[in-house]
Design a protein around this ligand. Sequence first.
Ligand code: PLP
Length: 429
Amino acid sequence: MKKTSQILINKDIQQLKESATLAINLQAKALSRSGKDVVHLGFGQSPFPVPQSIQEALGKNAHQKDYLPTRGLPDLCSKIAAYHNQHFKYSVKEDFVLVGPGSKELIFQLLYLLEGPVFVPAPSWVSYGPQVNIRGKKIVPVQTKREQSYKIQASELKEACEKLSNEPQKILVLNNPTNPTGAVYTQEEIESLAKVCREYHVIVISDEIYSLVNFSDRSYFGIQQFYPEGTIVTSGISKAQAAGGYRLGFCILPETMIDVRSALSAMISETYSAVSSPIQYAAAAAYESNKDLDDFISLTTKIHGAAGNYLHKRFVNMGLNCPAPEGAFYLFPDFQNFKEKLKAIGIEEDFELSKYLLEKYLIAVLPGSDFYFSSKVLGVRVASVDYNGEAVLEEALKADLIDDSFVAANCTNLVKGCDRLANFLAELK
Ligand SMILES: Cc1ncc(COP(=O)(O)O)c(C=O)c1O
């Protein structure tokens, strides 16, 4: 074949690699296909079926073929606003809700159009950094502490703002509950962060994709409640409603951000135009008051809680450091206590550790450095959803208690993963 001349690619894009979570998923799946019994603690997809009411709404709306308004189906936007005002004591307006093909795309578009340095707590979700890189910028990770369950504290944010005091506007991406740690912020923490954001003119992109997956013993507090004028909420139906593949997310802007709304509407109209019509009608069913749906979210959240607590206890018993998860479906243990023993087998950084665990023990986890964490800390992200959600949900409907024994009996891959990890640690000399 005739050799083509070299193709020139935008340098900011050329440096990107495939998202770490998707890559580990492919590697683990390839191993499984080759007959290996992999325990997949790498990929954070809800294992549960999409609730019936949403599936039915999708079926009934298959004929919806017209392009919808750029900002989204008005009925969906109005339901999303009402749902958030009712559930989280927000004060948001339907005219400021914009719908996108997953909240990931909207976070990207917001990061693209907003000026200023972007703070993210370290560790934070893998995709914020590359999204900022596409815009030719770099994120500014703010190191958090294990003792604070890796939640960014107001004093840490203040210090970061002071260092960039010459910047007229800053951005903070705050994910609560948090991927990769399962942490949930307290009201006090959120209120203190809100004060710093107001003082230093920090626009918050509040990534609330897990807001309904809260199994702490506290109510959920979002920063919109305390800093409405500077907060952009992003969320969607991928996690609590288990419909990640529907690709439906949204952002909610404050009324003060009319210019941002115009800019974002323009970007949407020049890129994806509008989200698929049947999917938007289906999503409207996710934000209608419906006891079955509320029961589904409450029960599946209990299961996430039990799975997280089970893994947490096992990790701590093995000698790993790990804050207790309170939401989402992740944990962030570190192997600091085994540093010397790991060094003896040539493992000094987290990506060497996760490679070793996958190849030798068939356990897939993600290295903490993919989440902007120092690789020497030997932290890894564990997702607690490697089980058959449909079967487990059925058992949960019959069970009196969703506790450790429920997890041990029904989520056998989680048990297997812990057993393998315990063996690995026991075999270290
Ligand atoms: C922290 C976080 N934010 C955002 C997203 C994106 O969700 P979606 O694009 O499905 O709405 C995810 C999904 O994995 C996530 O974990």
